[in-house]
Design a protein around this ligand. Structure first.
Ligand code: PEP
Ligand code: MG
Length: 592
């Protein structure tokens, strides 16, 4: 815990991932750790306590049956049967009778009695040298957690679709699909114990404009549901029980933010040109068709990255070719004549498939992901490629493949596209014969063979989120090593430069669509390195334009030249900050 800003407050510091300040009641979701206090009851109270226990058991049973049903539908009956063991715990009369005897005999509260008895059973099972029985101990603890949550009135499963009042959600972790389900009117902010700036949960938060802090380590244990807090997404702080003085200070910060937003609104319809007239192409990253309006409102010139996998992960069935076509068509027609770059599915990594049977992997980011998955799951890939091709008849569609590591993958994917084009021609279905196809450069090997790839594609889009993770061997999700995740590391800049040089030699364009493109501090450096287009979450686009309109090309070129000759990532970062702060100080007034 960090120093309080003012006496009486509790301050927790993490990693700021989505800007904005919000206040509200806390809702801790997931698996909260309970402090199980013993409360002495009267005779009458103890009888009511038994009823309360029975109600919690019934509720828990319903929940487990529901989860079992969902899992069986999505993954098959054998996975669903895992929950039979959980149901057996609830039906174990020996255990339940013992809890009831303790409540009525010792006149104690149900939470305490249930925890005491269940934990004694679990410990006994865990101590036995038998794998099967040890497993039962973990079932016992799982069910105990659920029963206790119900007794305490805490929600068991993270379901953020049906919240009844506005709150700040705190959780140990939230998956990207949890985040995608958030109702913006009910979740005013959120915070997690783990995660980092480029985890997909953080990316979703920025798209949804929900202020968020991650990497708080133990917030979900230190903060309780119902407490009042302020979340500062600029500086990565949560302040529990903020004093009037803190609220006043934050009021000033919010006013500065409003002033900045007014300035950003003024340039919305103005072009992204540098002070010396160099035109920069700014586009937006989206996750779903519903984000289209925010692209238009951001002033972006189309979509530079459509993360189509969200069509999969926030649903419980695979979308058909037709469903995908409709989703792509909706975006493409709304943004016409601007381009929409549709990225083929990047499933895997932290974007799990709840409804497909994908084995758990030791290193999911290095595993069966993105183009690797699609080239093996041909039916899934065919539906998507046909849907994208069909949508290309409706507007300006470009397509790109994620996670290309070498030439074979690119050739295989391109060959499939040709097959489906032939199919569509035979069927008389229209598509754009000249739809541009690009490759994401997000694996170091791809950057190093960019010349080879450039001959077979029409554009590159550098995915710095993964490029940094793979080049520096720093898991983009892990808050413990977040300090090593360094966009200005000389190795990263050299890989970007190599990619740009290869693109120039082959006369193709280069975009950056990783989070680095949405950081106004990085924009001059990327432009100086020769990048043609920056694609960022819609809420970040106006800031990038603001920065572009305040710099001169020679400054950006000089910064890039300095960076390419500098040996230290932190010195490069300091130079980038210096130029950004000098050029557009109002963008940084909320950051200490
Ligand atoms: C990237 O890796 O930079 C990228 C844009 O793709 P994603 O964040 O979806 O992995
Ligand atoms: Mg990526």
């Amino acid at each position: 815990m960090a120093e309080p800003l003012h006496k009486g407050e509790k301050v927790l510091r993490g990693i700021p991932v989505s800007t904005g300040v919000c206040r509200g009641k806390i809702l801790v979701v997931g698996k909260p750790q309970h402090t199980i206090a013993k409360t002495q009851l009267s005779e009458a109270e103890s009888l009511e306590e038994v009823n309360r226990l029975e109600r919690a058991l019934v509720q828990t049973r319903h929940e487990i049956l529901e989860v079992q049903h969902k899992v069986s539908e999505a993954m098959g009956a054998s996975e669903g049967s895992i929950f039979d063991a959980h149901l057996l715990v609830l039906e174990d009369r020996t255990l339940i009778d013992e809890v009831v005897r303790m409540i009525t005999g010792e006149k104690v509260n149900a939470e305490y009695a249930f925890h005491q008895v269940a934990e004694r059973y679990a410990k006994t099972l865990a101590a036995i040298e038998d794998d099967y029985l040890r497993e039962r101990a973990s079932d016992m603890r799982d069910v105990t957690g659920r029963v206790l949550n119900n007794l305490f009135g805490h929600p068991n499963d993270v379901d953020l679709r049906h919240l009844t009042e506005p709150c700040i959600v705190i959780s140990h972790d939230l998956t990207p699909s949890n985040t995608a389900q958030m109702d913006r009117s009910k979740v005013v902010g959120f915070a997690t114990d783990i995660g980092s700036k480029t985890s997909h949960t953080a990316i979703m938060a920025r798209s949804l404009r929900i202020p968020a802090v991650v990497g708080l380590k133990s917030a979900s244990q230190e903060i309780q549901t119902g407490q009042y807090a302020l979340l500062d997404g600029f500086n990565g702080i949560i302040i529990v029980n903020p004093t009037d003085q803190t609220l006043f200070e934050y009021g000033q910060l919010i006013r500065k933010q409003v002033t900045l937003e007014e300035k950003l609104r003024d340039i919305l319809s103005k072009p992204a040109v540098t002070l010396d007239g160099h035109r920069v192409f700014l586009s937006a990253n989206i996750e779903q068709a519903a984000d289209t309006q925010s692209v238009i409102e951001s002033g972006a010139e189309g979509v530079g990255l459509f993360r189509t996998e969200y069509l999969y992960i926030s649903r419980d069935h695979l979308p058909s070719e037709e469903e995908q076509y409709q989703a792509y068509r909706q975006v493409v027609t709304a943004l016409k004549p601007n381009a929409v770059v549709i990225r083929t599915f990047d499933l895997g990594g932290d974007k799990f498939l709840s409804h497909l049977q994908v084995p758990t992997e030791m290193n999911p980011f290095l595993g069966w992901r993105a183009i690797r998955f699609c080239l093996q799951e041909r039916d899934i890939f065919r539906n998507q490629l046909r849907a994208i091709l069909r949508a290309s008849a409706e507007g300006n569609v470009k397509m790109m493949y994620p996670m290309i590591s070498g030439l074979d993958e690119l050739n295989q994917a391109n060959a499939l596209v040709e097959d489906y084009k032939a199919q569509l021609r035979n069927e008389g279905v229209p598509f754009d014969e000249h739809m541009e196809i690009g490759a994401m450069i997000e694996i170091p090997s791809a950057a190093l063979i960019a010349d080879t790839l450039a001959k077979r594609v029409k554009f590159f889009s550098i995915g710095t989120n993964d490029l940094i993770q793979y080049s520096l061997a720093v898991d983009r999700m892990n808050e413990k090593i977040a300090h090593l995740y360094e966009p200005t590391h000389p190795a990263i800049l050299r890989l970007i430069k190599a990619t740009v040089d290869a693109a120039r030699r082959n006369n193709i364009r280069v975009a950056v669509c990783g989070e680095m493109a949405g950081d106004p501090v990085m924009a001059p450096l990327l432009l100086g390195l020769g990048v043609d287009e920056l694609s960022a979450a819609p809420p970040l686009v106006p800031q990038i334009k603001f920065m572009v309109r305040r710099i001169k090309t020679p400054e950006a070129l000089a910064l890039a030249e300095f960076a390419l000759n500098c040996e230290s990532g932190s010195e490069i970062l300091a130079r980038c900050q210096e130029l950004a702060h000098q050029s557009a100080p109002s963008l940084f007034e909320n950051v200490p």
